[in-house]
Design a protein around this ligand. Structure first.
Ligand SMILES: [Fe+2]
Ligand SMILES: [Fe+2]
Length: 138
């Protein structure tokens, strides 16, 4: 088994969600490595970045569906997802126009993602655990 990239303090206790977060951290690392590699060809890095953007959107949809399924309030969390998705898309556009500082972007993205997990997803994890426990006890 490969080592998880998600820091322990960011584990939500919901296996599906932690697995998705880990995959997103792996993808961020891949994007960073590809875009930072000295090469005349950014196409590979850009392809990885746009895959990351797609997977982020899919992940957000999963969290939203899980919250809805268990009646967990999600409006603020969804707003934050929308903000992050728009940010990533804007950066992809900038990279395509050649006006983006890629190393700074990747450091920023990782921090933003970590802080999102810490401020929103950990709470969602607790709410989902409580809702599942209540369901199982019923
Ligand atoms: Fe998440
Ligand atoms: Fe989230």
């Amino acid at each position: 088994m490969t080592e998880m990239l998600v820091p322990t303090e960011l584990l939500t206790g919901i296996a599906e969600m932690d697995g998705q977060h880990d995959r997103l951290f792996q993808e961020m690392l891949q994007v960073k490595n590809a875009l930072l590699a000295v090469s005349d060809d950014d196409a590979h890095g850009l392809a990885l970045l746009s895959r990351l953007a797609d997977d982020l959107v899919r992940h957000y949809a999963w969290e939203e569906a899980a919250a809805r399924r268990y009646g967990v309030p999600f409006a603020d969390h969804a707003r934050e997802h929308a903000r992050m998705a728009a940010f990533v898309q804007a950066k992809i556009d900038e990279i395509e126009r050649g006006v983006c500082n890629i190393p700074a972007l990747m450091v920023f993205m990782e921090r933003k993602f970590e802080s999102h997990v810490a401020h929103f997803d950990l709470q969602l994890g607790l709410a989902l655990q409580a809702a599942r426990a209540a369901r199982d006890a019923a």
